[in-house]
Design a protein around this ligand. Structure first.
Ligand SMILES: [Zn+2]
Length: 311
C-alpha cells in the first residue's frame, strides 16, 4: 500500500493534511496500453478524442465516468454530464495543455503533469464546516475537479476559480516538490502566516499584508503556488486591486505605488517565483502568463470546441 499526500484546495476552510492510501497509481507508465475504444459506443467520438489528445500525447487519463474506486465517498456526488465533460476537456486543452505544450514542449507535460484528471459534476460541500472543496490533488498524480456541470465558457472568473487556478496551483506543487523549494521564500512572510484563521481574512487585508489571496496566508508552500497560479490566471482588474498595472500585451505587470508595503512584498514574491522557475525548469512565467491572458481574451465557444486557436 503506497501512501500519497492528499492536497486539498479549499475555498474557505482550514487546511488539514490528510494522508490517503491509494493502490494502482504509478507516475511512470500506467496508460501505455491502448484502451478498448468501441466504435458502436455512444461516447466513441469523445473517447477517441480523449485518447488522442490526452492519453496518447501526454499520458494523461481524463476520467469523466463516475466510478466508486476513483471518487471520494465522503461526498454525495453526481457524475458530470456528457456534454459538460466535452466542454471541460476542450477547455483544459485550450487554456492549459496547449499553453504548456507550446512553451515547454510535450515532454514537460508527460514528465510533470498529473496522470489522471478526474471530473465530477457537482460541488464538494463540507456541510459541517460550511465550506467548499474546489479541487483535490493526490500525490501529484491525480487532480479532481468539482462542480463541472456548471461550466460556462462565457464566465472567465468561474473557469479560473474552479478549473485553471486549481490546475496551475496543483501543478506548481508538483514542480516545487520535484525540485528543491527555495528556502529563502519562507523568510519573506515569516511570522505572518496564519494557518488557523486565514479564511476569515478579506482579499484586501491579504493584499495589504503581502499575500495574493487569503489562502496564501495558510503557509509558505501554499503562498508560493498561489502566487504562480494567480500571476498566470488573474486578469488586469484583479491585479489592479493588488496595486499593479498590466502591460497592454500582457507581458509584464508593474507596481502602481512603490510605497505600498503589501504590493512590494507581492512583487518580491513574484520575482522569486519567476527566478526559481527559470533556473529549475527553464520556464518563463511572464511568457506563459501572457499566452494564457491572450487565450482568455480570445476565448469563444467555437474556438475552444473546435481547437481553432492559432491555426
Ligand atoms: Zn496547495
Amino acid at each position: 500500500m503506497k501512501k500519497y499526500f492528499k492536497h486539498i484546495l479549499l475555498l474557505a476552510a482550514i487546511l488539514t493534511g490528510v494522508t490517503a492510501c491509494k493502490d494502482k497509481i504509478d507516475s511512470e507508465s500506467i496508460f501505455e496500453d491502448v484502451p478498448v475504444l468501441d466504435e458502436n459506443s455512444a461516447t466513441y467520438e469523445f473517447d477517441k478524442y480523449l485518447y488522442e489528445n490526452y492519453q496518447l500525447k501526454y499520458n494523461i487519463a481524463f476520467q469523466y465516468k463516475l466510478d466508486d474506486e476513483s471518487t471520494d465517498m465522503d461526498y454525495n456526488l453526481v457524475p458530470v454530464g456528457y456534454r459538460q465533460a466535452q466542454i471541460v476537456a476542450h477547455a483544459i486543452k485550450y487554456l492549459w495543455l496547449d499553453v504548456y505544450d507550446k512553451q515547454q514542449g510535450p515532454e514537460f507535460l508527460k514528465l510533470y503533469a498529473p496522470r489522471i484528471i478526474n471530473v465530477i459534476g457537482c460541488p464538494a460541500i463540507n456541510a459541517a464546516q460550511g465550506t467548499e472543496t474546489l479541487g483535490v490533488a493526490e500525490g501529484g498524480v491525480k487532480i479532481t475537479l468539482y462542480n463541472m456541470n456548471d461550466i460556462d465558457l462565457t464566465n472567465m472568473p468561474w473557469l479560473n476559480k474552479y478549473i485553471f487556478h486549481v490546475m496551475h496551483h496543483e501543478f506548481s506543487h508538483i514542480l516545487h516538490q520535484t525540485k528543491s523549494f527555495p528556502k529563502e521564500y519562507e523568510q519573506i512572510s515569516a511570522g505572518k502566516y496564519d494557518s488557523q484563521s486565514w479564511q476569515y481574512r478579506s482579499d484586501a487585508e491579504a493584499y495589504s499584508l503581502g499575500f495574493v489571496t487569503p489562502y496564501s496566508m495558510s503557509e509558505a508552500h501554499e503562498d508560493f503556488v498561489e502566487v504562480i497560479s494567480s500571476y498566470i490566471t488573474d486578469t488586469r482588474e484583479v491585479w489592479q486591486d493588488r496595486g499593479f498595472t498590466m502591460a497592454e500585451d500582457h507581458t509584464h505587470i508593474e507596481a502602481i505605488d512603490e510605497d505600498q508595503e503589501g504590493t512590494l512584498i507581492i512583487a518580491t514574491k513574484i520575482k522569486m517565483c519567476k527566478d526559481w522557475l527559470l533556473e529549475k525548469y527553464d520556464y518563463e512565467l511572464d511568457s506563459l502568463r501572457a499566452e494564457v491572458q491572450r487565450r482568455q481574451d480570445a476565448l469563444t465557444y467555437d474556438i475552444v470546441m473546435n481547437d481553432a486557436y492559432d491555426k
